[in-house]
Design a protein around this ligand. Structure first.
Ligand code: UT7
Length: 329
């Protein structure tokens, strides 16, 4: 039984911060941020909004678009690297309860910016195996709460948001919509290229001793940039090759929305027109696991994605993780 994306929904907190506003309290400028990343705005969660608070409205919208109620779900998967709680309980359990998915199991999928790609493949595997029928997959992030807002190398890049899809078995006769194939990869040698040094069990938080900067996200931007371009090129090449496709068979490539320059560099190497990559980091910045479903929702709402279109999503980020899904919408 094939699994397909039955519906999509998203939610971004209304508070919208421009580069100009950011430049009032960080040593940066709109010109630098936009020219180096393609980002103009990011949405910022309210102080009392956690990852699950963004996930819940996104989930409700996906359920509504599917014409389903939460009690029909068998599994809730939440991809997040900014969970409500450190380690336990999972954010998925909080979401499961909040939406009333009373018959569902729930777990988080942690692959940072590749989280949605990993979680979508997990949902597909459950549906194909017959272990679940309807699976809610949510990517949700509140990076504004793990940033060092004095570090211009990182705080200008990220934003908050959530996107959700419902994955169900394809039962309609002759329907083509499916999650066709996925690639999931990891290179843990780069674990400390993009990480939060302390607060976990490697470097536990000690009150009064652990510097605040060690609890925030840190990144070797150059190293991650080089990795990201290669990851996008390699996963697209492999996905096309193993499915006997060329880039002209794909309606849109939907990459993780980290940086426009990463995508332009990869597109050039792949000799794919950069217009075939759907980009919306201008509005949302890098929302990690939420960036791909936020883009899918926007594309769906604008009517740029139609049933039967072939789409390749590409995730890359901390881990280092990378991967892709080939989807017939
Ligand atoms: O989900 C994956 C997440 N990670 C990423 O996507 C990050 C991948 N890396 C990148 O996108 C790029 O490396 C960055 C956008 C982070 C940085 O761009 P870059 O062209 O590699 O800049 P750089 O780090 O080489 O810095 C160039 C200059 C430096 O000044 P000097 O030393 O040349 O005087 C930086 O201090 O730009 C300076 N700089 C800034 N200036 C104004 C760095 N950040 C800023 C800033 N505003 N926000």
């Amino acid at each position: 039984m094939e699994a397909f994306i039955r519906s999509v929904g998203a939610y971004a907190p209304p508070r919208r911060m421009s580069n100009h506003e950011l430049a009032e309290f960080v040593d940066t400028s709109h010109e630098w941020i936009y020219s180096h990343t393609g980002i103009s705005y990011r949405h910022i969660a309210e102080p009392d909004q956690a990852a699950s608070d963004l996930a819940v409205p996104a989930a409700h919208r996906a359920l509504e678009a599917a014409g389903m109620t939460a009690d029909e779900l068998d599994l809730v998967l939440v991809a997040t690297s900014t969970p409500d709680y450190i380690g336990l309980p999972s954010t998925a359990c909080v979401v499961q309860h909040a939406i009333g998915a009373t018959s569902a199991g729930a777990m988080d999928v942690m692959a940072v910016c590749s989280g949605f790609v990993y979680a979508l493949e997990t949902a597909r595997a459950f549906v194909k195996a017959g272990s679940a029928r309807h699976v809610l997959v949510v990517g949700t992030e509140v990076y504004s709460k793990i940033m060092d807002w004095t570090d211009r190398n990182t705080c200008v890049l990220f934003g908050d948001g959530a996107g959700a899809v419902i994955v169900s078995p394809q039962t309609e006769e002759g329907a083509k919509s499916a999650v066709v194939d996925s690639i999931l990869r990891s290179d843990g040698s780069g674990a400390e290229s993009l990480f939060r040094p302390c607060g976990g069990t490697r470097c536990a938080y000690i009150p009064g001793q652990t510097p605040d900067s060690e609890l925030a996200l840190q990144m070797n931007g150059r190293k991650v940039y080089i990795f990201a371009v290669r990851a996008v090129v390699d996963t697209i090449n492999e996905m096309l090759k193993r499915n006997n496709l060329t880039f002209s068979d794909i309606r849109y490539f939907v990459p993780h929305q980290a940086n426009r320059r990463i995508i332009e560099a990869a597109a050039k190497r792949l000799e794919i027109p950069s217009e075939q990559f759907y980009l919306n980091m201008d509005e949302y910045a890098n929302t990690s696991a939420a960036s791909i479903p936020l883009a899918l929702d926007e594309m769906n709402a604008k009517g740029v994605l139609k049933r039967g279109d072939a789409v390749i999503t590409i995730g890359f980020g901390a881990g280092l993780t990378y991967g892709a899904n080939l989807i017939v919408w």
